[in-house]
Design a protein around this ligand. Structure first.
Ligand code: SAH
Length: 265
């Protein structure tokens, strides 16, 4: 696209990833889209620092849970995007992390495509990769793992236990990154141990990754559940399971709070 083509035209929607929180992790595309927006429809996970970068006079519509209000349904969100675009607005749909990684961006884009509304996708840094990086954990490391699995722990407990092949995953990949993991963590840790993952396999739980509130719990498969309860870790948090977690000892660089009940090495 040449420089003279506007990034966002009237009646167009940009599905934009806002990254995990630190505004330094916004892409130039995200900033351009935000600067040209008439209206922004945002999730609760988009950080206040990122929201503060929106231009004055840009209308803000919240589509996520905040202050105890229930989140809008996916259909309502899609309807809102369609309506705003049809009104001729330049619309930014701002999502935490990357819009296509557990962000339901695919559903929103499909609806826009069906309605013939022009759109663009602006990928963002996903919390499951950028979060560990801010905790000093590379999700792949040459000597340790040739693959990594990104998986959601959300869905109902039934689905998490029946639809996801945890044991297969435990055998297939030495590193697993879990999104929305806290609620069903008991299922994951139990299933992975059944698959033969050792009880002392390192686990990191990174809460509010990349923000000034970042906390990193260092635990293991056997103790994870108890430690999450003990340190009162609540969402949003990313869980990393695998040997790469040990690299934090050398690579921790970000001033977060370390939580652990393990004896120091
Ligand atoms: N599209 C997002 C994921 C949305 S699902 C992305 O690419 O990052 C919501 C889950 O993302 C949360 O439950 C949590 O597991 C994770 N998450 C998002 N932002 C986070 C953050 N700053 N710190 C820790 N976890 C985060």
């Amino acid at each position: 696209m040449d420089d003279k083509t506007p990034y966002l035209t009237p009646g167009m929607v940009a599905l934009v990833g806002a990254g995990p929180g630190d505004p330094d992790l916004l892409t130039l595309g995200a900033v351009k889209a935000m600067q040209s927006a008439d209206v922004v429809v945002h999730d609760a996970l988009v950080s206040d620092e990122v929201m503060a970068m929106l231009p004055e006079g840009c209308q803000q519509i919240s589509a996520g849970k905040r202050g105890g209000h229930p989140s809008a349904s996916q259909k309502d969100i899609c309807d809102t995007l369609v309506q705003l675009a049809k009104e001729g607005k330049r619309v930014v749909r701002l999502k935490g992390g990357d819009p296509f990684v557990f962000g339901r961006g695919g559903e929103e884009a499909a609806r826009l495509a069906q309605e013939g509304i022009p759109f663009r996708i602006v990928p963002g840094l996903t919390s499951g990769i950028a979060g560990p990086a801010y905790a000093g954990i590379p999700v792949t490391h040459r000597a340790v793992n040739p693959s990594v699995i990104l998986v959601t722990g959300h869905e109902s407990a039934d689905l998490v236990s029946s639809r996801i092949d945890w044991q297969g995953m435990g055998r297939a990949s030495p590193v697993i990154v879990l999104y929305m993991a806290i609620k069903n963590l008991h299922i994951v840790t139990e299933q992975l141990q059944k698959a033969g993952c050792p009880a002392d396999m390192p686990v990191a739980v990174i809460r509010w990754a990349t923000t000034s509130k970042q906390q990193t719990l260092i635990t293991n498969l056997e103790r994870a559940l108890e430690d999450v309860a003990h340190f009162r870790i609540e969402p949003p948090a990313i869980v990393v399971i695998g040997e790469v977690v040990r690299m934090r000892q050398e690579l921790a660089w970000f001033p977060d709070e370390t939580l652990t009940s393990l004896p120091s090495p």
